[in-house]
Structures are given as C-alpha cells and as structure tokens.
Design a protein around this ligand. Sequence first.
Ligand code: AMP
Length: 416
Amino acid sequence: MKEKISAIKGTKDILPKEARKWQRVEAIARRVFELYGYREIRTPIFEATELFEKGTGQTSDIVIKEMYTFHDKAGRSLTLRPEYTPSVVRSIIEHRLYLMPEPLRFYYVGPMFRYDKPQKGRYRQFDQGDIEVFGEMDPAVDAEIVEMANFLLKKLSVTGVEILVNSVGCSACRPTYLKELRVGAEKARDSLCPDCQRKIKTNPLRIFDCKVESCREIAKGFPKITKYLCTECEEHFHKFCTYLEFYKLPFKLEPHLVRGIDYYTKTTFEFVSKKLGAQDAILGGGRYDDMMKEFGGPDICGIGFAIGMGRLISVVPSKKRKEGFLYLAYLGEEAKKTGMELVQLLRSKGLECLIEFKERSLKNQMSRANKLGATWVLIVGEDEVREGKYQLKNMATGVQKEATREEILEMIQEGP
Ligand code: AMP
C-alpha cells in the first residue's frame, strides 16, 4: 500500500462545513474593526528573523523555542511570523505611515506559526485577528479596545467570558519589581523547572508564562507588580479601570498577567472562557509604548490585541443558514442545456445553484437534492423545454408548481 501523506502535526484542515462559520466570524470581525476606525494592513507571512528576535523579545518562549526559522536559498535567516505586531511596526516605519493624516489604527486576520506543543486549542499554524493602535496615550483607548473586543463577542453571541486586566509597568518602575521578583524566585529555585531557573536570571517575568503546573502554583506566591508601579503607570492603570467601569464592563485584576511577550508596557489584558478547557484565552493584548522607537522609528506609543480565531470560533454558537439553494434536475441533452442556461440566469440574480453533471434518473436526482438539503429543485425535461414551462419543487413544503422563467424568478425571490 502507498504511504499516506497527512497534515503536519499541529496544523489543521478547515473543511467546507466549518469554513462557512469561519467566513461569517471573520466578516463580522472585519466589520467591527472598521466600525471603530481600523483599516486592514497585510504584511508578508515571513520576515527577517531579527525582526521577531528584537520585537517579540530574546527572552520570550516564542523566540527561544517556538519560531519556524529557516534559511532561504540565499542563506538569509527567515522566520514564519509567530505574531503580527513586529511586522506592522516594521511596515509603518518602512512606509512612513506615521506621516499620513489617517489615524494609525490597523487590523489583520491571518495565520501565525509557533512551534509549540500541540494540544486542543493550541496549534502550530493558527489564525489570529489582530488590531493595533499607534499614537494614542490616553488610557481611554486601552478601555476602548477592550470594549471593542467585548462588542465583537456580543455580536457573535459568545457568552461566559471573563476579562482579566493588569499593568506590567514601564522601563522606569519595572526594574525595581524585577529585583524583588528575582529575590522571591531565587527562594523557590529548587522547586522550579530548569527553564524557570534560567529565567530567574534572564527575565523572571517570563516565569509567569511557564506551562508546568507546579511552577504556575509556586509563581502565585511571587510578589505582585501592582505594588511597584510608578506614579505614571499607576495613574494610567487607575484611569484604564475607571474607563472600563464607564463602559460597564466587568473585569478582574490579575496581577500576574504578563502575557508571554517582552515588549509590553503598562496595560495588559486577556479574555478567557471556561468553555475552552486548558487553553482558555480567546484574546489578549496590551501596550507597547517603546517598540516603534526601539525599531528606529519615531517615539510613538502603541497598543493592540490578538484574537485566537480558532478558539473564538469554537465558542461561537452555530447558525442555521437562511439563504437557500436550487438543485437542477434534468433529463436529456436538450433539457440539460436549457437547465444550464436557466441556472446561469438564476446565479446572475444571486441565487446559489448546483448542477451535477451525471446521467441520473429523475428519482435519483430528487433523492440527491434531498440529501444535499436543496431548498428548491428545478425540473427540466423534454416537454418543459418544448413548452417553455418548468417544474419548481419547494423541498420544505413538497409543493411542485409549473412556472415560466419569469415566474421562477418571482417565486424564488419570495423565499422558501
Ligand atoms: P498571543 O499572541 O500569544 O498574545 O496570543 C493571542 C491569542 O492567540 C491567544 O489568546 C490565543 O487565543 C491565540 N493563540 C496563541 N497561540 C496559539 C496557538 N498556538 N494555537 C492557537 N491559538 C493560539
């Protein structure tokens, strides 16, 4: 027997039945982002490796363990993007988008790649819906993007979501906190996994990202950043929370929410759902006020979030399709051609039609239409061709009527 080729571990086919739901959710997400003044930006799927090393951060698990890095034929180190923000920042600087009068609000929906351990809700290729805002320092925008995410979930009838918020401080106050955190982590060194032991030195914040259960438990007892925030960060966080209250959004303070990526400053947040199991985050984001500057661009602050589209779609209730489709049943070559022409007309009027090009008896064609869930069957036989009158059967009511092409159009416009 020939060996079967399967999809690569950690990747997933989205089959036609599921793809419809993806299309619907993506379309609603795009619409919501546009409603809030965001515009789409598309960047390449692979970039220079140093972009992510610099952006996502040398101490993040993503850069250390999870990047799909390869050398191209010219020997250049490239990486399949593990996240979107560094690409957007690169593009803004490259095209000097900050000089444009438009607001710097961007969105994107597409695949990301991380070589993580696959499990339910965690894939090596997964889709994110991503938004970024640049040049808005007011904490009202932090709250507005949380409100936008919440609005999107409401539009998709997603329930049972909790909003977690935190502040990770800035370059002024974080060093003091890191010192305290190091002291706390050092005390627990022997109980931590080797990875976390290494993180004590490199970046103790990253211990909070560890996926080992015992490390997670120990980390719960570590100092909390909230106590160490400088006046500016504290005020920013306080105002952010006040604006969330203004939007009547319930939220929970989660002082250890640091979110896996090195560039965050001040606000971080996550939306989690109990319906998801171990990988419970639907979306997460935060501020990155220093990133543009660090990439050699102007000193423009930034904030954004990324939705895990797969996880989101798994908690979106399915909808029954409203629009119907027509199945053509025909007998003989002449009828086939007349049917093909009728179907062409109906499609031009926006009706989904299906013709199966196989010689079948009428009974067989009716049973196929039934199995496929057709709303209508248009029956064209030799008599029909001669008289210019066709049979249209409504599959829900079982009523079959003789109709001219004009009458068919009218009946179909009335709906099933
Ligand atoms: P991050 O870019 O790590 O902040 O992740 C943002 C969101 O993307 C998370 O809240 C998840 O919903 C989703 N996500 C991250 N990593 C994966 C993955 N490996 N597989 C599926 N979804 C993911």
